[in-house]
Every structure is written in C-alpha cells, then in structure tokens.
Write a protein that binds this ligand. Structure first.
Ligand SMILES: [Zn+2]
Length: 422
C-alpha cells in the first residue's frame, strides 16, 4: 500500500465519521421530523454540549463564551502564537438542512482528533469555533456568535423578542449565560493569524461542474429593499385595461426587469422573495402591493450599477402606469474579499489532492464575513447534492466529499505558516 492509498483510506473513515456525527447532531431539533435549531432553545443547548464533548474527546480544551460560542483549542508548541481559527455555526433556519454549518465544525474536530491520535502538534494553536448563531431566526438578528468574537455585537439586540415575547437577554440568562460579559468574548486584530471556514456551497455550481470543492473569492455584498406600490383599486369587471393603475402588474413588470438585468452579469443575482397584496380579492384590481427586492454580487461595482438601473426602471414603470411608490432600503452590505494568500494556499492543497482549483463567490452570507474584520479570512466550499438545494430538508452532500474536504483542510493546516508571503 502506498502512503497516498493509506491516507485516502484514513480520510475515507474520517468522511464517514463526519457524516455520522452530522446525523447525531441533527437529532437535537426543536421539532421532531424536521431540522430546526434556533438560538438558546433546549435543542440548541443540547447541540452545544454534544459538540463540546466531541471537542474534548478530540484532545481540545473547551470553553463557552458569553454569547454561547463553543470553542475548542488544540494547543500549539508555541502557545503565545496567533491562532489558526476555523469553524462554522450550529443554529439552523426553520425546517432547514443538517449540513449548513455543522460540516464546518465537525470536519475540523475530526481532523484534530486524528492529529491528537498521532501526537502531532503545530507551532500555532488551532481553535475550532462552533458559532452559536448565524441565521438570525429566533430574534431577527443574525451572526450573533461571530459578531461577539469580532467585537461588533450590537447590544441593543438583547432586547429583541421572540414569537413568545421572550427577550434575547432573558433567553441567554435562563440558559446560564451572562450577557454582561459579552465584551470579554471579543478577540483583537493579531490574535487570529487566519480564519478558514469549511461550508457547503448551498448552490449548484460545483455539482453542475462535477467538482467536489471550490475556493471562495468573496462573500457577496447585497442591497435589499421593500417597495410599496400604491395604485387605484377598482372593479375587475368594469374598468377597461387602459384605465387601470394596477399595482400587481406594475410589480410584475419590475420583477421581470430585475430578472432580465441580473441575467446580464455572471455572479449578479436578484430576487423578489415577498410579494404581498394587502386585502387583495379575486374580483378587485389591486390598489396596493408590497414587494421585497434582494440584489447580490461578488463585486460591489456590479451590484451598485444593477441597483441604479433597477431604481431608474422602477421610476419609469411607475410613472407610465400612474403608480405612486416608496422604495425603502432595508439592508446594505459591501462584499467581503477572501485573503488572496489563503486562497492560493487552499488551491495548492487542492492540487496536491487531485482537485483542479475552482474559484467562486459566495452568494450567501457567512460568519467569515464578520471575522474578516479582525483576521485574514478564507472559505472552502464543498459540493451539495440534490441540485444544490439548501435551507431545505432536501439539503445533502456525500461522505466522499467530506473525506476530500478533510484531506484538503488537513493539508492546508499542515502547510500553514502564520505569515503572509511577501
Ligand atoms: Zn451556513
């Protein structure tokens, strides 16, 4: 048996172990039969302690910070050196998938366990962070775990309430956390030599190109709006077509323009995810409609120019159709670039394991975009099965890809040098 055969066999065992643990973690759910695990619920606390015990079995010192991040530290030979941080989140959307988040926690734990078995240490400490909250479901505030570590946690969200009227602060206290200690969770620039997050792609690109892995170039920026259209309600039978001020037809024309405009640039995407007709009825011309608009791109200039064009088109469609409108920007975030030296190292690791490098932007937000405020950041994407579907119970991936990703992750760590090449 050659060394490479032996390595592949080891990683194949690791790949299966990661998949089994993802299933075990999925049993911590709020709703039997679906994958729902939101911040500070019993299911969420159960998952946290399960992860903590796997970390400690793998030879890591485990701590929980004030926001509820579970952090495993695999000490280096030079404990004073900046850490190599990796991790992902263990909360989910409602009725979501099992792999979104947990892969990026359980994969590094499996690799650390392997190094620990071999008695292998690196000059730098490795910290695996199980971020407590990324999706923003229960308290309508996302990325709580990474914000606490990056020192950008907005404490006003502690007063946000869930559907039962429980504040975030109360939920944290009843779970045994101390929100007054949040500042102590923050790390500083220089503490983290680099951050690498392994995550499923949550899209179909790698699947369609028959590749197991991809290197993320940037986390796309996004612009989100709510558009309110005011026309004139009228009788569906009596008002001639030319005399109508129909808000749904105006909204539909706007939505089709967004689709056409976003088809013009690769990496640019536009979505109308909500389209409501308040008090609508089948026999009434809609006088009022409200729609959401979400525009994203890996490059900010591409996104901004699309937003400008869409705004101009909304003006012209509304003027032509006699519709009053108000367009409110609800969110804007610039894209966050992955560090080019880390992308380069990941590509070298991929090449050493028979993968042709493929770079792609991430259309979804991730904890990495927050950690990038205090550390160089990179992401390794892993192919999704089932058409690339995610945030859906149909989300899936293969044990072979888990094995390949752990091989590339381990290679990256084993060759990591904390200083950026000049
Ligand atoms: Zn995720």
């Amino acid at each position: 048996m050659t060394k490479t055969d032996r390595d592949t066999r080891n990683y194949s065992v690791l790949g299966h172990e990661i998949m089994t643990r993802i299933e075990t973690l999925a049993s911590h759910t709020e709703q039997e039969g679906e994958m729902t695990r939101t911040y500070m619920t019993a299911a969420h606390r159960g998952a946290a302690s399960q992860i903590a015990s796997w970390m400690s079995e793998a030879g890591m010192a485990v701590r929980e910070d004030a926001v509820g991040n579970v952090i495993g530290r695999y000490e280096g030979t030079d404990p004073g050196s900046a850490i190599l941080m990796t991790g992902s989140h263990f909360d989910t959307v409602r009725d979501g998938g099992k792999y979104d988040g947990p892969l990026g926690i359980l994969l590094p734990i499996a690799c650390v366990a392997e190094w620990n078995r071999q008695g292998k240490r690196f000059p730098f400490p490795i910290e695996v962070v199980a971020f407590c909250e990324e999706e923003g479901v229960r308290f309508k505030a996302p990325l709580l775990g990474s914000r606490a570590i990056a020192g950008s946690f907005d404490k006003s969200v502690l007063e946000n309430v869930d559907d039962q009227g429980v504040t975030m602060r109360e939920a944290m206290i009843s779970a045994g956390l101390d929100p007054t200690q949040l500042d102590a969770a923050a790390m500083s620039k220089g503490d983290i030599a680099a951050y690498l997050e392994v995550h499923i792609e949550q899209g179909p690109v790698l699947l369609e190109e028959n590749r197991g892995l991809g290197v993320v170039t940037a986390i796309s920026g996004s612009s989100r709006f709510m558009l309110e259209l005011q026309g004139v309600a009228g009788h569906a039978g009596t008002v001639p077509m030319a005399s109508r001020n129909d808000t749904v037809m105006a909204g539909a024309e706007i939505a089709l323009y967004i689709e056409k405009r976003c088809n013009e640039s690769p990496g640019l995407v536009g979505t109308v995810g909500q389209f409501n007709v308040p008090n609508g009825a089948g026999n009434v011309i809609p006088g009022h409609a409200v729609m959401s608009i979400d525009i994203r791109a890996g490059e900010d200039s591409i996104r901004r120019s699309a937003v400008d064009d869409i705004q101009a088109e909304i003006d012209s469609i509304c003027t032509r159709r006699g519709i009053r409108k108000s367009l409110e920007k609800t969110y804007e975030a610039a894209s966050v670039a992955c560090a080019s030296w880390l992308q380069q190292s990941l590509e070298e690791s991929m090449e050493r394991h028979g993968c042709t490098p493929r770079r792609l932007p991430s259309g979804a937000g991730h904890d990495g975009m927050i950690i990038a405020d205090i550390a160089p950041m990179a992401m390794l994407f892993v192919r999704c099965g089932n058409g690339g579907i995610s945030h859906n119970p149909g989300e899936t991936m293969s044990a072979e890809d888990a094995a390949l990703a752990s091989q590339v992750f381990a290679d990256f760590v084993e060759n990591f040098s904390a200083t950026e090449p000049v």
